[in-house]
Design a binder for this molecule. Sequence first.
Ligand code: WTA
Length: 628
Amino acid sequence: MENERDIYYPSPESVRGSLAENWEELERSAAEDLEGYWADRASELVWSKPWDQVIDDSEKPFYRWFVGGETNIVSNAVDRHITGPRKNKLALLWRSEDNKETRTFSYFSLNREVVKMANILRAMGVEKGDRVTIYLPRIPEVVFAMLACAKLGAIHSVVFAGFSADALSSRIDDSESKLVITADGSWINGSVFPLKNIVDEAVRFSPTVENVIVVRRTGTEVHMDSTRDHWYHDLESLPIARGACPTVQVDAEHPLYILYTSGSTGKPKAILHTHGGYMVGTYTTLRYTFDIREEDRFWCTADAGWVTGHSYVVYGPLLAGATTLMYEGGPTYPHPDRWWELIEHYGITTFYTAPTAIRSLMRFGDAWVNRHDLSSLRLLGSVGEPINPAAWRWFHEVVGGGRAPIMDTWWQTETGMFQITGVPAMPQKPGSAGRPVFGQEAEIVDGDGNPVPDGTEGFLVLKNPWPAMARTLYKDDDRFVETYWSKYPGRYMTGDAAKRDEDGYFWIIGRTDDVIMVSGHRLGTAEVEAALNSHHAVSESAAIGVPHEVKGQSILAHVVLNQGFTGSRELVEELRAHVAAHLSPIAKPDEILFVEKLPKTRSGKIMRRVLRARALGQDEGDLSTLEE
Ligand code: WTA
């Protein structure tokens, strides 16, 4: 914490009139009356039936929020805007990767698109509670699809459109989706990623999938199964797509979505979020942290396939009635100033991205940034991993012109909304995520759950319930309790190590489990190993995350080969390609080491800690449980 004393005070103009200008007061009053604080926030939104109870904690850790209340997140994200002054306000701006296409949607036209898609889904038999898998790139249809499902009370499961057929198929099967919405392909740095082919492979043996809707994006030739596959543009012109579609009012606790995320062991966890609490949580945190104003143009660069896309590309901004930008491409294609160009072109006021992207752009130098007028920016944000002070300063000074404060938001798929972050008026310490959000209390504990003194590293736990908290793991209540709530009873275990300083600021260190954050993407060692182990040359493997200058972490895999195989450069490439094909290109190990055997405990568990220590040239620690 050598930078603990390094404090940036916000400029008076960035603070004046900001929504959380009186943050100390908000922090105090929420701590004194948690239920009152959240009830006030929820009252800013519309409910078709008011709640009887704000928090029901009678069956901890299965908290229920706004019990008895009825609403639909779409009633608040879309419907309430089109009956008021935001009807003609821009809701969604979209730019294509090749920079040639622009699509814009007011709240009125967004509603039209959502109604159309919801009508189509309804005609295909999608009903309240049904699961729908969405496997789409960053195009407006991903927003329409999510909102259309929510509107009907169906549960969406968005799968990042960079996952392979194996990963997609296991997620479709686990959620028992009856419908998949995809595109013919997606654009990635000028070439086509064949989404439809991947879906074909994934649903070949899926007993639950009845229909596949295909959005035309790349114009690639694809196989259409006439009994199962439908072009979206054909469906759009059918009579079934027309007419009004009422937003189904659901219980506050009705499931909104499932999102698969990596855990330390076994298969990905199906995080479940609900309509009422998630709506209140994302709405509130976005507004306070990013001080959303009517004239703002907000841009979060995340993909809708991850939680950041769910909460702060789609739901949060629309709930707040904001104007949000979605860009199809990445930060450095075809030149490393595409993002800066978009900020200038659209007059983006609030720009939220990840440290890995900042570091990769920083490497190209200031000139790419400086050729653009970025004076519209008033707030910046960071998410996904700790932001190192050098990247913080570059972001603040070069991109933000020294004016824009940086909101370093710490949270997780499980938390649904920010948990530790700054607000514009709060002094900032580069590298610290700031303080728990209003109504939250965080603590650093040792392995036994005892609080450790300030300045000491320990495990980060959350003490209070919050409305957007995951309600369970879909179909697996036991694993939910065991993973998050059993180690430190009564407190939520985050899986992160952190420190708190004397001013109450939190400094996140990183995951303490077998989760690796590669370029801000959350991957599990178990998934990478399963992909490696499915190759015929591999007997067993162990993957670990090692520090990487740009990506934060990269994957180092240790591989034991089957008899008759020898390690070679070709085999390394083959295994990397195998992981790309069987899990995702983002999960390709940067390095593969062929080893004779893996360090294991006597009970046969791989000791990744030993491999990590070896890779970093550190002390291997206590080896008493190592076999032999
Ligand atoms: C890490 C992403 C430091 C953390 C929203 C957490 C961060 C994991 C930050 C969750 C941050 C996220 N500073 N680390 N501001 N934000 N993390 O579920 O290790 O994809 O546990 O959610 O990302 O990743 P997930």
